[in-house]
Design a protein around this ligand. Sequence first.
Ligand code: KG4
Ligand code: ZN
Length: 481
Amino acid sequence: MSEESQRRSLSESYSSTDLKDCLEREKIMALPENALILGIETSCDDTGCAIVTKSGKVISQSLKSQVSIHEKWGGVVPTLAQEAHKNAIDDCVKEALDLARCKIEDLSAVAVTVGPGLAMCLRVGVRKAQKISAMAGIPIVPVHHMEAHCLVARVKDDEKENEGGSARAEEVAKFPFVALLVSGGHNVLLKVEGVGKYTILGQTLDDAIGEAYDKTARILGLPVGGGGGPALEALAKEYEIDVLEKLREKARAEIERDDDVTDEIFEKIVQKKVKNPIKFTVPLKQRKTCDFSFAGLKTNVRMAIEKNLGTIDEQTKQFVLPSEDWDGIENREMRASIAHAFQDAAVKHLEDRVDRAIRWVKDDGLEPTCLVVAGGVAANQKIRKSLSRIAESHSIITVFPKPAWCTDNGVMVAWAGVERLNLGLCEKPVSKSSDAWIKSEHDRDCDVHLKPRWPLGDLDVRATSDVRSMKVAKISLPLSN
Ligand code: KG4
Ligand code: ZN
């Protein structure tokens, strides 16, 4: 079989998998509303499991994070991640079952992430799913990780608070919508027309935004355990609260105020005069696409640090202060100014791209119902507020899945499984007499079709095609093909 046809057959087995030749299909479509679907996620550094009903009620969830394992290495170490998944998977599934007060035999299907992600990690989840499928005689639903991130915005969350967003608690995303997925590994804008119907409007040409937040936090000497984003956001806020107010006070004392100037006008003059001494240009401003780029911004941060604070130690990736008697306050203020300038440019970059993405979708003759923002970076309050404003300017709401469902988790996989099952899309149960099952435990994964590289959909014709991820030779065909 040629590589191309092999890739095509692999892709088809997951994208348009349906049980058309199989009596099971009717059974699957007729599952009752309270049928239980287990979801398993092991694509990166979180082992996540959850049980969701066919009608979308989240019954239980369990998550085993690996933050403490990878923290000291400054990134995810695949071999350690695989080992941690292996150690956690049985307990994670058991916890989800126990919390739901059910047994494997009570499940109607098992959904599992098959890509994209780290092959050795994906394999742990898929093997567990195969085992459960064979034991309970239930179908497997292969799930695309990014599709799961996207579709979880359609799960009703009764506890949803939606701070910073304009959506109400009961609001869930309805097709078609625009989705922005932003995390440490993903940075993509999508047109979502239905389950399996995705078009990539833009993606990053280099780093993902979360990666840029993490690296910037690291060189600013901030704590980066579990991602540097929250610490960097807090430091940027410190600039707005402390540094900016001090600069304003200084300006108020310096400006000569005429008697006829009202307080309001005076404050406007002050605000105009006071500027962050550090300013970075918004990436790709001249490029009228929905692509992203954060590498240049990262370089700008490095240069600002070297100019204003000291050189960066190549080993620790933190800056070395110019002298022992460096003024601590000034240092903190300068770091806060840099953090703020970074966030300001990054947020404006997102705003610019999201605004264009919504316009593109409207130009296609579609009326998007909402903007979905998901991924770890969606926890950022500044980003939530500014993107909600952009969506409002297009008269659409913003839907933020709750933070625990924004980062990698089992609920999103179980739910993507439900959405696929409702369309009859799944794989036959693994038979205990099948080749995959007869092989020894060690070899059993030979038949597992993992898709570590798997684009979610085709690139929009207006998008740039020379992005980093598309350069990888062994890439699977898009899910929506
Ligand atoms: O989705 P996630 O948990 O994992 C993946 O990367 O797939 O996202 C983690 C990323 C990290 O880069 C982290 O720094 C970033 O999300 N993040 C934030 C914030 N909270 C988490 N970035 C900016 N502001 C935040 N408040
Ligand atoms: Zn993810």
